[in-house]
Design a protein. Structure first.
Length: 296
């Protein structure tokens, strides 16, 4: 029977649990989708759409799109049941979500794929996406220490540094979105202004030599984490000062750990490893499809 695409429903939950049970069977990590599926269904609306592929009354695939800004959408949660892979279901779901985002007036859509997820990388290319950047997570431990450089909370200075940094070019101007967990969107001056009020914007050096911005605190695997949209810096000394400032900021919140998005280059990864002492083993890739407004 050919699959049909429809909006996800609460009674799809058992099917979603089944189809995600062996997604990363070769890795010591569980899929997050069963934990958020009911929230996804509840939150569906003008800026969020969760679809499933239905075969004979059973959900055999799932994907979601979220409108992040007037021009940017984020595609996430693409999963297909192991018995139905290789049949074009992933592309079918993606095509429907692209059409939905285009009708909403969005011009660009993006998604994230773990660098080790060969199937996901191939699926992204097959759906018409192109790889645009890669990043890695650094995790400095919260610690009440004083950096060797002056620390500021000036969004104007942070914006100037960001605009001139090689990290901005490497990341294509993207940083962790302030509204949607695990999504990336274009970092703007307005976002930094808001974060300076609601969260924290950090610069290091009298003439800034690095910047970072905190977007939220969130729970992950039973721990409370402070999440930083991006961290960029000029050299090893600035990296050490910036990660010390991040660690002190996190300590002031009483959280258990941190997650800082950094550019994936040899310089940034090596200096972050030296300065923070803890970075993820593998990078993540960001894919993009442009020109969606022409599809509506």
């Amino acid at each position: 029977m050919s699959p049909t695409v429809r909006t996800a429903r609460h009674d799809d939950y058992d099917d979603i649990v089944d189809l995600t049970s062996d997604v990363w069977a070769d890795r010591a990590m569980a899929d997050y989708i069963p934990d958020v599926f009911r929230d996804w269904v509840n939150d569906d609306g003008a800026d969020r759409k969760t679809l499933v592929a239905d075969v004979d009354g059973h959900a055999v695939g799932i994907a979601q799109a979220v409108i992040l800004t007037e021009t940017e959408a984020w595609f996430q949660g693409m999963r297909v049941d192991s018995d139905h892979r290789g049949k074009g279901i992933g592309s079918l779901l993606t095509d429907h979500l692209i059409e939905w985002a285009a009708d909403a007036g969005v011009s660009v859509g993006r998604s994230m794929v773990f660098s080790w997820n060969e199937a996901g990388l191939g699926q992204s290319l097959a759906a018409g996406f192109e790889a645009v950047t890669s990043f890695r997570w650094a995790h400095p431990d919260p610690a009440d220490e004083t950096p060797d450089m002056a620390v500021g909370n000036d969004p104007a200075a942070a914006w100037r540094y960001w605009q001139e940094s090689d990290g901005r070019d490497i990341l294509s101007g993207l940083a962790l979105d302030s509204g949607e967990s695990w999504a990336l969107s274009t970092l703007t001056r307005e976002t930094l202004d808001q974060l300076a009020t609601d969260q924290a914007v950090l610069t290091v050096g009298d003439k800034p030599q690095g910047m970072a911005c905190r977007v939220r605190t969130a729970e992950s695997d039973g721990e409370q984490l402070a999440e930083y949209a991006v961290g960029v810096w000029s050299d090893t000394d600035a990296a050490r000062a910036l990660f010390t400032a991040i660690a002190a900021d996190a300590a002031s919140l009483g959280v258990d750990g941190t997650r800082v998005l950094i550019p994936e280059t040899p310089r940034h990864v090596a200096q972050a490893a030296y300065a923070s002492g803890n970075i993820d083993e593998c990078p993540d890739f960001v894919f993009e499809i442009d020109g969606l407004e022409g599809l509506s």
